[in-house]
Design a protein around this ligand. Structure first.
Ligand code: C2O
Ligand code: CU
Length: 487
């Protein structure tokens, strides 16, 4: 990242070693927000759009004069933004120049299990892997990150993460801000903790995992963004390993949520704050007046936990994330349209199978992840309901590969508007029953499983993950199913 005004090491809030430091320090907004580069691509003779990603190690200067050993794709920290159109065939040629095996998972993407980049698709050091698939889902802000079993937290924390935008003609035609990095701005939000020599550490674990005491946005500490248009679209990705945010502006101005994990909402949701747990995305549109500034902050999130909703659970404090600085004259733009898209509502009554998933301890239905065990066998073409409950009085969240789902109900009531669209990851407050409805289409494989798991990455690494296969009707699973595989 570019560096701003000189700061002495003693002023760097992260330079505290030993003990847990969960509170994010005050921020001076001295550095322009870095924008991840758009990934170059070529188009093959058969029309396949081809990208290249190399996982590599390097060093990054988050603060002037302090270098930190980091990992990134095609660079030292984070990765480029991949952009592809619905209907396009894509291939990503991935090289691994790290000293250890990794993988690249396409979070939120609907694709064959063998291309999913989970723990069964490891790339050894010096090796490469070239998954390809046809994009067939609505425009959405997706992302990619490693998924090596037991090490996902470490790989993401060191910087291996990037965005993958799916575009389509319907979303393109809407009068929403569309200029990448100008009025349509990616915000990869992470918390980090540095030790006394400037290295990223992940040892200060609360219940949720390692919490940082500094916020990085697109790898920039203390970022500001110059705004030149009346409306700015912010694509938020919580790429933190453990921390849940509740985003809000310093002056409590409202904003429109226009898209969640899997794409556009039917109508914009007018909000003043938005909770985002690890792995979730949200696209918001905020209005600025000429010459003003406002600060995107996170306030103590409502984690739905009695008593200590605090540091242990990754939500104790309020802190600044990004300063928006409007120019003295702003380009005028159309308002956010009242209708964004239409979403086919999946009906829980159509479910061929209803499953109960209980998250307790670091296990799902009492089982810890076993790469040799299949936990659910799904029939291709089926609609299913998964009732997901967090049985603890602590935070968890939940992510399903392959599908985007709808929240049919929470404790029997309809979800709030911000949870009314396509989702692939949800925050799970304790003891609330989330009825998720989804349809498994297009891709069946008897031997390659998809994952579902808590996206608090340390929990995932500890085994809070299960595997399902999608098979054609009557097809037999060729991986050994576990005793609890419920057909
Ligand atoms: Cu973002 Cu299975 O992960
Ligand atoms: Cu968890």
């Amino acid at each position: 990242a570019a560096v701003g005004v000189l700061a002495g090491c003693s002023m760097i809030p992260g330079l505290l070693d030993g003990g847990r430091v969960d509170t994010v320090g005050a921020v001076d907004f001295t550095t322009p927000l870095a924008i991840p580069p758009l990934a170059p691509s070529t188009v093959d003779a058969d029309g396949t759009r081809v990208f290249e990603l190399t996982a590599q190690s390097g060093s990054t200067e988050f603060h002037p004069g302090v270098t930190t050993a980091t990992w990134g794709f095609n660079g030292s920290y984070l990765g480029p933004t991949l952009v592809a159109q619905r209907g396009e065939k894509v291939r990503v040629d991935i090289g691994n120049e790290l000293a250890e095996p990794t993988s690249v998972h396409w979070h939120g993407m609907h694709l064959p299990a063998a291309m999913d980049g989970g723990p069964h698709q490891m790339i050894e050091p010096g090796d490469d892997w070239s998954p390809s698939w046809t994009i067939d889902q609505p425009a959405a802000t997706l992302w990619y990150h490693p998924h090596p079993h037991g090490e996902t937290e470490e790989h993401v924390r060191h910087g291996l993460a990037g965005l993958f935008y799916v575009q389509d003609s319907e979303e393109d035609a809407l009068p929403l801000p569309h200029e990448y990095g100008v009025d349509d701005v990616p915000l990869i939000v992470q918390d980090a903790q540095f030790n006394s020599t400037g290295e990223l550490k992940g040892t200060n674990k609360g219940f949720v995992g390692a919490l940082g005491n500094e916020i990085l946005v697109n790898g920039t500490a203390g970022p500001y963004l110059d705004v030149s248009t009346e409306l700015v679209r912010l694509r938020l990705l919580n790429a933190s390993t453990a921390r849940t945010y509740s985003f809000r502006f310093s002056d409590d101005r409202g904003f429109d949520l226009v898209a969640s994990d899997g794409g556009l909402l039917e109508q914009p949701a007018a909000l003043e704050h938005l909770r985002l747990s690890p792995g979730e995305r949200a696209e918001i549109v905020v209005r600025m007046l000429p010459g003003e500034t406002t600060v995107l902050r996170s306030v103590k999130p409502d984690l739905g936990i009695d008593g200590d909703g605090g540091a242990q659970n990754g939500g104790a404090d309020s802190f600044d994330v990004l300063e928006l600085r409007a120019a003295a004259a702003l380009e005028s733009v159309a308002s956010v349209p009242p209708t964004l898209t239409s979403i086919e509502r999946l009906d829980p009554a159509d479910a061929a199978t209803t499953r109960e998933l209980e998250l307790d301890g670091y296990a799902i239905n009492g089982e810890s992840m076993d790469m040799g065990r299949i936990d659910q066998v799904v029939t291709l073409g089926d609609t299913e309901v998964w009732n997901v409950v967090n049985d603890m009085d602590r935070p968890h969240n939940f992510h399903i590969h392959d599908v985007q789902f709808q929240i049919a109900s929470i404790d029997g009531s309809p979800p709030p508007p911000e949870l009314g669209g396509w989702k692939d990851t949800i925050y799970l407050p304790p003891q609330r029953r989330f009825e998720l409805v989804m349809r498994f289409e297009d891709y069946a494989s008897a031997e390659h499983p998809f994952m579902h798991h808590c996206h608090l990455l340390w929990h995932e690494d500890l085994g809070m993950m299960g595997q399902f296969v999608v098979v054609k009707p009557g097809q037999h699973v060729t991986m050994t199913p576990g005793e609890n595989a419920d057909h």
